[in-house]
Ligand binder design. Structure first.
Ligand code: ADP
Ligand code: MG
Length: 264
């Protein structure tokens, strides 16, 4: 099981949308996926149409009061399991910060899951801050994928998160944390700016930048309000095509090239 955090300390850049739809796409491609919602806003959880109370969430596991395995739920989609979030998670930041091992607790839980071989990928959706939940995710992850909005101020955020990755490595919490990739989101092909930003990121991170770019579409934006992934909401649309292409590029990077080109 590879643990991949979807992270960017900026809000509204497409983390949740990418965590949800990349996970769904990987599951459609035959991968067994565990999606963990670490954001107290619980947008991933509600985006899948799941309703939970605090006890069902990842919260007790983070506090060491429950085994993470007992919190895994069926998402109602084949091969896609979830550990939901709950707004109570906001309180976990304070409680966790008090404990000595807070940074590595999630890591221990997920390391414990690895030998079971239940999943191929564990995707972590993270909150828009650099708090305890985010740093726990980075300590627990093998890799981080950074979604980046096609705006100039997105680039400032990129410099910051790259710095945080270095800090996590240097702290010894996770020396092997890998920058898996950078995916440009909410691309609007009508503006030169969007193209310039993609080009600029490619200049700095030629290896990491995904060639798949996620377009800004109404359908992607409205899917969560129907509790649907883009593959359920608009399976033939450009959004679904883009997220499936992202999954295929992701799998190719992970040495699992996929032959099938057709969408479900
Ligand atoms: P984050 O998790 O980084 O805060 P979200 O994934 O929640 O960001 O996205 C922020 C908002 O933008 C949400 O309302 C989401 O539905 C919308 N959104 C995300 N990606 C797209 C896209 N490609 N096209 C249109 N709307 C999008
Ligand atoms: Mg989010």
């Amino acid at each position: 099981m590879k643990v991949v955090a979807i992270g960017n300390q900026k809000g509204g850049v497409g983390k949740t949308t990418t965590a949800l739809n990349l996970s769904a796409a990987l599951a459609l491609r035959g991968q067994r996926v565990l999606l963990i919602d670490l954001d107290p806003q619980a947008n991933t959880t509600s985006g899948l149409g799941l309703e939970v109370d605090g006890d069902d969430s990842v919260y007790p596991a983070l506090l060491g009061e429950a085994d993470v395995r007992d919190k895994i739920r069926d998402s109602g989609r084949e091969r896609l399991s979830v550990i939901p979030a709950h707004m109570d998670l906001a309180g976990v930041e304070i409680e966790l910060a008090r404990s000595d091992d807070h940074l590595v607790r999630l890591r221990h839980h997920l390391q414990g899951l690895k030998p079971n071989d239940l999943f191929d990928y564990c995707i972590l959706d993270t909150p828009p801050s650099l708090g305890v939940l985010m740093t726990s995710a980075l300590a627990a992850a093998d890799e981080i994928m950074i979604p980046l909005q096609c705006e100039w101020f997105g680039l400032e955020g990129l410099a910051k998160i790259v710095h945080v990755i270095d800090q996590i490595r240097d702290s010894g919490a996770n020396p092997d944390l890998l920058l898996e990739g950078i995916v440009m989101t909410m691309f609007d092909g009508r503006t030169n700016l969007a193209r310039q930003v993609v080009e600029e990121v490619g200049n700095y991170f030629p290896e990491q930048l995904y060639s798949t770019v996620i377009p800004r579409t109404i359908r992607i934006g409205e899917a969560p309000s129907h509790s649907k992934t883009i593959f359920e909401h608009d399976p033939q649309g450009t959004g679904a095509v883009a997220y499936m292409a992202l999954a295929d590029e992701f799998l190719a990077r992970h040495g699992r090239p996929v032959e099938v080109a057709a969408l479900p």
